[in-house]
Design a protein around this ligand. Sequence first.
Ligand code: TIU
Length: 250
Amino acid sequence: MNIAADPYPFDFVPERCALLIIDMQRDFLEPRGFGEMLGNDVSQLRRAIEPNVRLLAAWRAANLCVIHTREGHLPDLTDLPASKKNRGTHAMRIGDEGPMGRILVRGERGHDIIPELYPQAEEPIVDKPGKGAFHATDLHDLLKDKGIRQLVVTGVTTEVCVSTTVREANDRGYDCLILEDCVASYFPEFHKWSLEMTKAQGGIFGWVSESKHLLEALEKWSTNMSEANAGNVGSVMVKQKGESTGAPLC
Ligand code: TIU
């Protein structure tokens, strides 16, 4: 199923595709978190919330695979290298006590995913200590186990964790589609150029599209699936091993 994208249409294969939502955490999106502490304006990121909410609802309705990530560290900070901790001249750093608990520490309020996009119980959450979601995590194994070959990537921030993850994913053999209205940066220029870099040179790291195109494709796919389940001739039926149709693919 082709989805309009740059630099050319993306061949969407729903049962082989996971939605990867990167770091939609309070520490990045809400006032008084890590992002704001770094001197950023969090309202720049909040514009991505609504498009992600719509996409996640449609993705769940289609019973496809969704994976959430969170950037953060163990309470003893043994997974926080000095090269990450000792950045800049800020009074507060990762691990310090902030208004939403210890900054970017697992289990703290600020580290958790915003309520609007909170994962459902069966949806995997990958806790990552780095910018890329593949570094020091089991994401690659998780995706291989599920037979996933494509990623729709959303979340924050476009040029940091989203971009790093897409580059890691492409090197590991995944085709990545970034939805530009579902990713955001504190710096609109970085957002723009990060997407330009992704799709330059024939899509050197992947494809860029908008959520409306994917929503249309999901609608068509879901209709096809329900017709197939109703026994209509000519429709495609996708089943997991030994399971009835309608079971989540992830
Ligand atoms: N600072 C910034 O733009 N981003 C991060 O620190 N992490 C993510 O992008 N998730």
